[in-house]
Write a protein that binds this ligand. Structure first.
Ligand SMILES: Cc1cc2nc3c(=O)[nH]c(=O)nc-3n(C[C@H](O)[C@H](O)[C@H](O)COP(=O)(O)OP(=O)(O)OC[C@H]3O[C@@H](n4cnc5c(N)ncnc54)[C@H](O)[C@@H]3O)c2cc1C
Length: 434
């Protein structure tokens, strides 16, 4: 029986430009640690860091290699945003909750900077260049104006402002935007170097990491639990599930898998733009998102342009999905019509029913954090800090992220066609300008 699905190779710009990652052995034999962490992405590695700082002995089990999941293949946009607007959070849960969530967002961005500094991760090339939301029509711009007014008035957040069409041309090089919302917080990072740097950093402080060591089962025993892998087992007092959108790789994380909707997100990268008609695009080096429902985003890395989005992509990569992304890129930036796309890759984003990440306990021994809804670079890394508090009996105030009971996705077996159907509908609404 194949317990762990083979890992498809990814051909991302990040794997081509990353520094060599640290090497870790796979688990052999039976060992004992305080906490077994399943998943070697930002969530798992960051949790291990904070547990070690609390004097516990954590071990990280990664089924593939460090950063193989979303942490090594994402767009590298560092943001403190949630999919729910803070004004909507205030309306449903009150202003104090909205303020706390806003603070968590800012803390998440700062925390990325702290880790980069603590472990001297130069290759992460973390730039706090801010983010720009680019309005594709007047209706979207109105919504952005309302959001800025609310953030300033209700939360006293003056890091946001509205840009005029001429400023948008200066910022992006495109005449396709009627205005935008500039947020001076956040920025961009090399995601694979960041996750590898994090692994090297915690390795240096004595955390044990095993690669190619998938947890295939979690068995409860009298004084804790045993996590099984093909090469051996870990006996621990507690386990942390940090597998996010990749929770369906083995039955060990089946409970978490049923609470998430995996959504494929794809990215393309151009050849270097120096000397091409696209040379002047995205001159301000921020992260840029557009306001369509099926949101597209873009950024520079060196002098290449990255263009990404979610859509009706299906379970696996397909040439037609990448071709659609390429067409969308050229529509937005006609200067790129003759420029070569050199890298194409994708990964799974973990969406939740309520659009909020979830952090909590499955039972007295198993803790989880997941469902970052596509904005997890900063948030998942910060959640490691709070997970470590929960493991050690703390009750940190993480606003709406703290979850008492995980809700299973209804009609789980048809989730993928359903997601594609909704994505197709959103694309249709975008296409007709609604
Ligand atoms: C294409 C793409 C673009 C994105 N762009 C952005 C962006 O620009 N900005 C942003 O903020 N967020 C973005 N995200 C989301 C962000 O990358 C994730 O939220 C974040 O990386 C989640 O980290 P994680 O550690 O929780 O999970 P992951 O990094 O996915 O790690 C989970 C790990 O668990 C391992 N695993 C699974 N099962 C087992 C098992 N049984 N035993 C052992 N190991 C196991 C997997 O191999 C995997 O490495 C993007 C995601 C994708 C896919």
């Amino acid at each position: 029986m194949v317990l762990f699905k083979p890992s498809p190779e990814i051909s991302s710009l990040w794997t081509h430009t990353a520094e060599t990652g640290p090497r870790f052995a796979s688990l052999a034999g039976d060992h004992q640690y305080d906490v077994a962490i399943i998943g070697g992405g930002y969530t798992g590695l960051s949790t291990a860091r904070y547990l070690a700082r609390k004097g516990l002995s954590p071990v990280v089990l990664e089924g593939n290699h460090i950063g193989w999941g979303a942490s090594g293949r994402n767009g590298g946009v560092v943001s403190g945003k949630f999919r729910l607007a803070f004004a909507d959070i205030a309306q449903s849960w009150g202003i104090d909750t909205a303020r706390r969530m806003h603070d968590i967002g800012l803390e998440a961005i700062e925390h990325v900077g702290e880790l980069v500094e603590a472990y001297d991760i130069k290759g992460a090339d973390f730039r706090e260049s801010g983010s720009l939301r680019c309005a594709h029509n007047e209706i979207s711009l109105q919504a952005l104006r309302k959001e800025v007014d609310w953030l300033k008035g209700a939360l006293g957040d003056h890091s946001v402002s509205i840009l005029a069409p001429a400023e948008m041309v200066e910022e992006t090089g495109s005449k396709g935007f009627v205005g935008g919302l500039l947020n001076t917080h956040g920025g961009i990072i090399h995601p694979l170097n960041f996750v590898r740097g994090l692994a090297s950093g915690i390795d240096r402080i004595g955390v044990t990491i095993f690669q190619q060591s998938p947890a295939t089962a979690i068995r409860k025993v009298r004084d804790g639990l045993v996590v099984e892998t093909p090469g051996g087992s870990i006996r621990a007092k507690q386990a942390v599930i940090a597998t996010n959108a990749y929770s369906d790789l083995t039955p060990a994380t089946a409970n978490v898998k049923r609470t998430l909707i995996p959504f494929r997100s794809a990215i393309i990268a151009t050849e270097p733009l120096t000397g091409t008609p696209g040379e002047g695009l995205l001159a301000t080096g921020r992260s840029y998102t557009e306001t369509r429902r099926m949101m597209r985003w873009f950024r520079k890395s060196g002098d290449r342009l990255l263009f990404g989005g979610r859509g009706a992509f299906g379970r696996n990569d397909s040439p037609s999905a990448f071709a659609a992304l390429e067409r969308a890129m050229v529509l937005q930036f006609p200067e790129l019509a003759m420029v070569k796309v050199t890298h194409r890759w994708s990964g799974l984003v973990g969406m939740t029913l309520d659009s909020i990440p979830h952090v909590g306990r499955l039972d007295e021994r198993v803790i989880y954090a997941m469902g970052y809804n596509g904005t997890g670079v900063a948030m998942s890394t910060l959640m490691g800090k709070y997970l470590a508090e929960i493991v050690t009996g703390g009750e940190p105030d993480i606003g709406l992220l703290r979850t008492e009971h995980l809700k299973k996705v209804p009609f789980y077996v048809i989730r993928e066609p359903a997601v594609r159907l909704v994505a197709g509908w959103y694309q249709f609404l975008d296409a007709i300008g609604r």
